[in-house]
Design a protein around this ligand. Structure first.
Ligand SMILES: *Cc1c(COP(=O)(O)O)cnc(C)c1O
Length: 346
């Protein structure tokens, strides 16, 4: 294997040696299968291709300070994928199949787990698709569950620095009673135009408001949103937000640090009074936000006057990272330690 420059890896696809697959056919899940192909052979009428029967997950494995490999909150991802499957009428992947497929995919590619201290990690992508054919609008009878992994670099190559985001009103990522609360590809398709425009206009991502009133914040692109004010951690409550496992973890850590957690509507009008704001998700843990521009009104909210993330965001970020890396006690048992067996000889 060529040596990998772990510190400069992007967040992107990286070919590894194996992926794991499991098929649901004739009303039952089969055995886990190991594949060394990056391709799937799919029926031309598979419902994933036509009617969006598709859901995915994203989680990470870390090489710890003690040389042990930890996967963060795998059971939460298993549960969320079941919820996503229900939401678009796919066969649910049982938690034991989900977890063993994830663990197997990590073990088989253990040489791609970035070393401790590089800031890089092994990203894990579980994917469930309707693979059976339908032409009428109906759920498939066959499903394919897959897990692939790949090393990703440190999210913040220049350090934990604030980014700029843009509030948009001319696009919604999800309808109030739609699929915003589940992790399905359709939500991402719906967000692409606003996201790419935000990039072109110099922002890291678009902030979506609630689709009905356009008064309160829903999500910061593919991440949850939070604000800090007067010792409170405030994060939007809405039926069209994807329940981020990072956000859930940060809420627990915030309470541990003595903050009061509020889950409620967070109004655009309140942005000016927040002391710190950030976006959170598996990829970055926290993206501190230094500036928010309302695309329609031109109103600008600025944070981080010294150019650095605020103290609460920084403390939360450091604590979550330390748990993932085995540097501090994992008192909530969020990490699953994985035995890294020898990889299959190649
Ligand atoms: C995956 C995702 C998140 C982040 O969830 P994590 O479990 O923290 O990675 C936030 N918003 C959307 C829309 C997502 O798809």
């Amino acid at each position: 294997m060529e040596s990998i420059d772990w510190g400069s890896l992007p967040f992107g696809y990286f070919k590894t040696d194996y992926n794991v697959r499991c098929y649901f056919k004739e009303k039952q899940w089969g055995e886990l299968e190991i594949s060394d192909s990056e391709y799937v052979n799919l029926h031309i009428a598979a419902t994933a291709l036509h009617y969006g029967q598709e859901a995915f997950e994203g989680l990470k494995a870390f090489m710890g300070v003690d040389g042990k490999v930890r996967v963060f909150r795998i059971n939460e991802n298993a549960k969320r994928m079941r919820a996503s499957a229900q939401g678009v009428m796919m066969q649910e992947v049982p938690d034991d199949i989900f977890c063993s497929a994830v663990i197997k995919a990590v073990q088989l590619n253990s040489k791609y787990i970035p070393p401790y201290g590089t800031g890089a990690s092994l990203y894990i992508r579980p994917l469930l698709i309707g693979s059976g054919p339908q032409v009428g609008v109906k759920p498939a009878k066959e499903y394919l569950f897959m897990v692939f992994v790949g090393p990703v670099g440190p999210y913040f190559k220049e350090g934990f620095k604030p980014v700029a985001m843009q509030i948009v009103r001319d696009y919604d990522r999800a309808a109030p009673l739609g699929t915003g609360h589940i992790k399905v590809g359709g939500n991402y398709a719906a967000s692409l135009r606003a996201g790419e425009r935000a990039h072109d206009e110099g922002f890291s991502t678009a902030i979506f408001l609630d689709a009905k009133e356009k008064n309160f914040i829903d999500e910061a692109g593919p991440a949850n949103f939070f604000g800090i004010r007067e010792n409170k951690y405030i994060t939007p409550l809405s039926a069209s937000i994807l329940p981020s496992i990072t956000n859930k973890s940060l809420m627990t850590l915030a309470e541990d640090m003595g903050l009061v957690v509020e889950k409620r509507h967070l109004y655009v009008d309140e942005l000016g009074s927040l002391e710190e704001v950030g976006a959170c998700g598996t990829a970055a843990v926290i993206s501190p936000i230094g500036k928010i521009v309302d695309r329609d009104t031109g109103k600008t909210f600025e944070y981080c006057p010294d150019g650095n993330a605020g103290p609460v965001s920084t403390a939360l970020y450091n604590q979550l990272r330390a748990i993932q890396l085995g540097e501090v006690e994992d008192k909530y048992n969020w990490c699953t330690i994985i035995d890294t067996i020898e990889t299959v000889a190649d």
